[in-house]
Write a protein that binds this ligand. Structure first.
Ligand code: ADP
Ligand code: MG
Length: 262
């Protein structure tokens, strides 16, 4: 790959999305669970259009970080802003935030007794007050985009794990999020289904979606990430381009971690 034309404002992995203003900002974020200090002085900015991959050992705080950005966890200290605004505490503003910040988890979390189409339209109809026709038309487009349109009338259990996870992505997208968080979206999948989900995520990245992705999938990081953040013990230990990080990690912690997963 030719990196000579890479500029600081363009994804080195070739997503070629010019990065915009800060969209997600964390400043001095600290979080404890009892005696456990799970997020330590986290400063992090994700710019519009950027794809940030977060990697690190189990227990390093990656999920807590994602959950804090979506305010599924509160923080003890510091500030988190989305599009310049501090996270709301409750009420309508919080519902709006949850729409702005889409999240896809390891477990697919689809409503088991609703069809795929219903799973994708429920949020827009409730939160955005979208009409049934309009919501269904958009849902079908989104399902098409992630390659599962022909599953629309089925129940989640009738789909493979990879298909369910792609439905979960479509469901988040239906809320028109400003940023998408992915917390190990492929780690519960059988190996042969991992790529179909990663491919949908790469396509989303190429379309310019701002993404924070917790994953150990280096193929994805190399293809789609603008930046890699390595976390250990609740701290950001290292920040680099995927190329730099995977070929020449600087910290001992990162070297040790990579020697175990590579
Ligand atoms: P990661 O996603 O990197 O594996 P997590 O953010 O899930 O890490 O967890 C960070 C640390 O916080 C771990 O030690 C975990 O056991 C602990 N932890 C996570 N959630 C809770 C909770 N609700 N209560 C107590 N401890 C928690
Ligand atoms: Mg986790």
């Amino acid at each position: 790959m030719d990196h000579d034309d890479a500029t600081p404002t363009t994804g080195p992995a070739g997503t070629s999305t010019p990065l915009g203003p800060p969209l997600v900002e964390l400043e001095g974020v600290n979080k404890h669970f009892g005696d456990l200090h799970v997020l330590r002085d986290i400063d992090l900015t994700v710019r519009k259009g950027e794809v940030l991959v977060v990697i690190g050992p189990s227990g390093s705080g990656k999920s807590t970080l994602c959950r804090a950005i979506n305010r599924l966890e509160t923080i003890d200290e510091g500030e988190i802003r989305i599009d310049g605004k501090p996270l709301p505490e409750e009420g309508k503003a919080l519902a709006k935030l949850r729409a702005d910040v889409g999240m896809v988890f390891q477990a697919f979390n689809l409503f088991a007794h609703r069809t795929v189409l219903d799973n994708v339209t429920l949020g827009p109809r409730k939160v955005r007050r979208a009409g049934k026709k309009e919501a269904e038309a958009e849902a079908l487009q989104l399902l098409d985009r992630v390659g599962v349109r022909n599953q629309a009338s089925k129940l989640p259990a009738q789909l493979s794990g990879g298909q369910q996870q792609r439905v979960a992505i479509a469901r988040s997208l239906a809320m028109h999020p400003k940023v998408m968080l992915f917390d190990e979206p492929t780690s519960a999948l059988d190996p042969e289904m991992i790529n179909e989900v990663l491919d949908a995520m790469v396509a989303l990245a190429k379309e310019g979606m701002t993404m924070v992705v917790v994953t150990h999938e280096m193929g994805f990081a190399r293809k789609a990430a603008d930046r890699v953040v390595f976390m250990a013990d609740g701290q950001i230990v290292e920040e680099a381009t995927p190329e730099e990080f995977f070929t020449a990690p600087k910290s001992e912690r990162a070297k040790d971690f990579l020697s175990k997963i590579l």
